[in-house]
Design a protein around this ligand. Structure first.
Ligand code: PLP
Length: 484
């Protein structure tokens, strides 16, 4: 395969994808519609191609990319499951996809009912009392949740609570969120088995504790059975507890943050509830709260008054508005279709997600190190530390070699607390044959690393481009075509 020319390089002056017939009605010249100072001095430098050239260009580009529609995508922490196409059809239904966010509530009763119903369902899944759909993604949900906690303390005149405790097994967004919301972050270490060190926690909680943010299952893919105790310790000190529920795919129908004593939780609908994601969205990170936090929820909420659904803006203690209009409503619509299709069988999603991750771990533990020797939840964390020490082949090399096998590499070098980490999340939508193919590839790479380490270190060998300078690509991406 050769590199693809840019669409600008394919441009030929005067070519058009679509030509419109000459107008047979009077046309107002653009100069009469737009003030002269706002008009371009010369035409925009757009590529000029025919329709088939445009289609071929973007189809060829898409073939150079990896997606879950192409092959296995075990990107740990991202839940790259297959998203049933019917959810797309629902999100595009005329009454859902083609309504305007400024339409009066009485003309979009169905959409308000969808939000209201989804709120009830997700409260049922999480054990919470109310939910907001404003946050656009997980990290945005975290910010919402932490602002709710802040407002709660403020409303009680409890102004000395400046610290948020975050276990070191939390997702990286947790400490970032707490800092962004103006709190001081206090990190608590994990025990060797990946659970939160309760004694260490007891030492840091106090009258300055605003709350604790817990990712459960943690970034090690492990469930912390002491969650309830952790909640109790923080509550006794007067703090509130935040549950990062982005990993809900592991526990649906089995465990609820609300029952574990948590006050606020966010979900990642684009992970667990089936919306295609990656490449920047859109997502949805609804936040569920217990009654004590309800007065502070973002405006507006959806309320049912008699048989009517209405927007409620009259919430004097609200933290305000966090997103335009209704949040990313299309993502909620997909999640609604997904939840409706599964019903109580949502539980099986978690069963198979956990089974698949443990299947992969059981086969690979003979070759790679384990982050913790326990059953994992929806993802397993391995390490190539021994391999690196023995033959100098690193996790990065293994990830690159996997590209030659046609699968997307797992998440690497995350979580940060595991050296040479390889974080594998197969998801429930993959069958045994796919898992076996992946396991075989990982074993083949392991053996190759021992026999011919250079072959692994110089991979990938079959992709269009080889190894990139990743720091340069991330820091100084060259994404803009500059016309002459
Ligand atoms: C993905 C993830 C997040 C962040 O979610 P975004 O939608 O990417 O902002 C937070 N916590 C955990 C545990 C996650 O897996």
């Amino acid at each position: 395969m050769s590199t693809l020319p840019l669409i600008f390089e394919k441009s030929t002056a005067g070519k058009r994808a679509i030509t419109f017939p000459k107008a047979d009605v009077p046309v107002t010249p653009v100069e009469e519609l737009i003030p002269a100072e706002l008009l371009r001095q010369k035409p925009a430098a757009l590529p000029e191609v025919s329709e088939i050239e445009a289609i071929r260009h973007f189809t060829q580009l898409s073939r150079r990319n990896h997606g879950v529609d192409v092959d296995f995508y075990p990107l740990g922490s991202c839940t790259m499951k297959y998203n049933p196409r019917v959810n797309e059809a629902v999100a595009r239904a005329p009454g859902i996809g083609f309504t305007h966010p400024l339409q009066p509530a009485e003309t979009v009763q169905g959409n308000l009912k969808l939000l209201h119903t989804m709120e009830q369902w997700l409260c049922e899944v999480t054990g919470m009392d109310r939910m907001t759909f404003q946050p656009a993604a997980g990290a945005h949900g975290e910010l919402t949740g932490v602002l709710l906690i802040k407002k709660y303390h403020e409303s009680r005149g409890d102004s000395d609570r400046k610290k948020v405790i975050v276990p070191d097994s939390a997702h990286g967004t947790n400490p970032a969120t707490a800092a962004m919301a103006g709190f001081e972050v206090v990190v608590v270490k994990s025990n060797p088995d990946g659970t939160v060190d309760l004694d260490a926690l007891r030492q840091v909680v106090g009258p300055d504790t605003a709350g604790l943010m817990m990712t459960n299952p943690s970034t090690l893919g492990l469930f912390d059975p002491n969650a309830k105790q952790i909640a109790d310790i923080v509550h006794e000190a007067g703090g509130l507890i935040y549950y990062d529920g982005a990993n809900m795919n592991a526990i649906m129908g089995y465990a609820r943050p609300g029952d574990m004593g948590f006050d606020v939780v966010h979900l990642n609908l684009h992970k667990t509830f089936s919306t295609p994601h990656g490449g920047g969205g859109p997502g949805s990170g609804p936040v569920g709260v217990k009654k004590i936090l309800e007065p502070f929820l973002p405006v507006p909420t959806v309320e049912k008054v008699g048989e009517q659904f209405v927007w409620d803006w009259d919430r004097p203690q609200s933290i305000g508005k966090l997103h335009g209009f209704w949040g990313n409503f299309g993502v909620v619509a997909r999640a609604y279709a997904y939840t409706l299709a599964y019903g109580p069988e949502l539980k099986e999603v978690s069963e198979y997600a956990v089974l698949n991750a443990n299947y992969v771990m059981a086969h690979l533990r003979k070759y790679y190190d384990l982050a913790a020797d326990r059953y994992c939840m929806h993802e397993c964390v391995l390490s190539a530390k021994s391999l690196k020490n023995e033959v100098g082949v690193k996790t990065l090399d293994i990830a690159k070699r996997l590209l030659d096998e046609g699968v997307h590499p797992p998440t690497i070098y995350f979580p940060l607390i595991v050296e040479e980490a390889i974080m594998i999340e197969p998801t429930e939508t993959e069958d045994k044959a796919t898992l076996d193919r992946f396991v075989d590839a990982m074993i083949r790479i392991y053996k190759e690393a021992k026999e011919d380490p250079e072959r692994v270190k110089s991979s990938p060998h079959t992709t269009v481009v080889g190894r990139l300078d990743e720091a340069l690509a991330a820091r100084k991406p060259n994404l803009r075509y500059r016309a002459e």
